[in-house]
Design a protein around this ligand. Structure first.
Ligand SMILES: [Zn+2]
Length: 323
């Protein structure tokens, strides 16, 4: 059942089967003869079925619908290829569009996995099972690329874009200053922590993420409309919790590095994860993959702040404490 959470602003939870995120929030705003949909779902039949019921229930005409996609992940972007019509605009961001158009993206990911100690036998399987590969847009999309402070008007709502890199390089939030509404995508979630992963040489996504959290705390926000789970109100408190979470994770990674130099994969296997598995070996491969990316993001951040160092040995990156 779709909910009208504010006048002419609807929300439906599109299910994500066998995915720990459970569902994605897809929002629709009705304006003067036009609709704006914010995030869509994965390109898979279960999402499409829920989406068809949603748009029928609230009376969306796809021929008069534009889309705002917060970031490149398949659960937000994937289904748009099936929903957008030739007259639709698809609002998106520059950095993530470069990743989508990078023909070597998955190869680069495999190289980074190899460098960081992922078992060779797992790498190709993990990539082939990656939701970003299985459930993505089925065709190249004509994108309207937006930047910081760009505006989108729809009905009584007048939004500005806020660049919030971290969860992805180009993540965009949408803010309504008069109504103090924030579509936060996967930048700020309430009961779960957004995944911050490193899969590209030279990036420091955790550093970007923490800066984007500080940036967001300066905005006056009454209601956060996130990409997953429930709406919430106390965005500054949540930002402090997320910052604290990453501080604790950094401390955990440092204490693991006390055992000696090791790969990011090894570090990931020794970190604590909120998952129903007792042992690292039992983690489903995609979960090991996300954990490895997250460990790597922390290691990169610790390296950037001078607390860890990296050396290359026999084609592997080994991390250790910096004395
Ligand atoms: Zn995401």
């Amino acid at each position: 059942m779709a909910q009208e959470i504010f006048p002419n602003l609807f929300r439906e939870q599109i299910p994500l089967p066998q995915n720990p995120l459970k569902a994605i929030n897809s929002y629709v705003i009705k304006g003067d003869g036009r609709f704006l949909m914010i995030d869509t779902g994965m390109n898979r039949p279960e999402c499409m079925k829920a989406m068809e019921a949603y748009i029928k229930e609230i009376g969306v005409d796809l021929d008069r619908t534009d889309f705002f996609i917060t970031h490149l992940h398949a659960d937000h972007l994937g289904l748009v290829s099936e929903l957008a019509r030739p007259s639709s605009k698809i609002y998106f961001n520059h950095p993530d569009s470069e990743v989508i158009n990078d023909a070597h993206h998955w190869e680069e990911m495999a190289d980074i996995a190899r460098l960081n100690g992922f078992p060779e036998s797992d790498i190709l399987t993990a990539i082939s099972r990656h939701p970003g590969k299985r459930y993505h847009a089925s065709r190249p999309l004509p994108l309207t690329l937006l930047r910081e402070a760009d505006k989108i008007e729809i009905g009584d709502y007048s939004f500005i874009c806020i660049e919030t890199p971290g969860h992805t390089r180009g993540h965009l939030c949408l803010y309504e200053p008069a109504k103090k509404l924030l579509f936060s995508g996967d930048h700020i979630l309430e009961s779960i922590t957004p995944n911050i992963s490193l899969w590209s040489e030279g990036d420091d996504p955790l550093k970007s993420y923490l800066q984007s959290l500080d940036k967001m705390s300066k905005y006056d926000v009454a209601h956060v409309l996130p990409g997953h789970r429930e709406l919430f109100t106390h965005h500054r408190r949540r930002i402090e919790e997320l910052k604290k979470h990453h501080e604790i994770r950094n401390e955990e990674v440092l204490s693991i590095l006390k055992r000696g130099k090791q790969t990011a994969y090894k570090v990931a296997s020794l970190m604590t994860w909120d998952i129903d598995c007792d042992r690292w070996e039992e983690f489903p491969l995609p979960q090991q993959w996300f954990a490895g990316g997250e460990a790597l993001a922390h290691l990169q951040y610790l390296q950037g702040t001078g607390r860890a160092k990296r050396e290359l040995q026999n084609g592997k990156a080994l991390f250790s404490l910096k004395e």
